[in-house]
Design a protein around this ligand. Sequence first.
Ligand code: IPD
Length: 275
Amino acid sequence: MSDDELLDLAVRTARAAGAELLSRYGRPAGVETKSTDTDLVSDADRAAEALIVAALSAARPDDGLFGEEGAARPSTSGLTWIIDPLDGTVNYLYQLANFAVSIACADADGSRVGVVYDPVSQETFTAIRGGGSYLCTASGTRRLTASTGVPISRAMVATGFGYDATVRARQGALIGALLPRVRDIRRIGSAALDICAVAAGRVDAYVEEGIHPWDMAAGSLVCTEAGALFTEVALPGCGPTYLAAAPDLHAALDEMVRELATGSFADQAPLPAGQ
Ligand code: IPD
């Protein structure tokens, strides 16, 4: 299959999974906890993952599968599908609109194609490695370009928080130190949509500790194909932290979060207004 055909399969499957999620929206069932009391899974997550696994298995029986809700099959083709059937489960269960289906197909060099589909807005973010990234909506398809030339003091930064209380406290401290130094912070509730928002120039940057492969496999390709950098940063005392932004802002933010995490200026006063 060509990359175009792999992407087409991913897009059709993500949209079908999105329809499954919408058919269950507002009627939460089978809600259980996972890693902590705040980490939730529901029948909707499970049904969407089952649908995706069935569709991909029928079309690509030799490919590997790796899904948030447990899908796991080794690859004999060299390709593996990385699946988040419902990124933004907590939003979904609270009937907040920001959630998405994320599907990527990866080879030994990383994600080759990726799709992030938002069933409520019906926006489809896609990317093919080396082929750019696109946003498809009811009014058409446009190529994505991350914002450039944004100084850190004017940057809109998306972030998120994990489900472990200790990690959340650390994330809050970093974001609290960052907040007076940027334009503002957004906590949208879906890492996949956060990262695609960088690609679309809807936010200027994204930073979050501890996200998982299924959260980022598709979005990171959408982001890098839109001209942004998506990197893992090792911060002292933190788990792997992920940073997305156009190269100029990425460099500034990378330096700032490293300094904040070491506490070298976490206690200093915020920048003066207008800086
Ligand atoms: C979560 C969301 C959230 C992010 C968390 C993720 P889930 O994924 O993407 O925005 O802050 O780190 O775990 O649990 O909704 O699939």
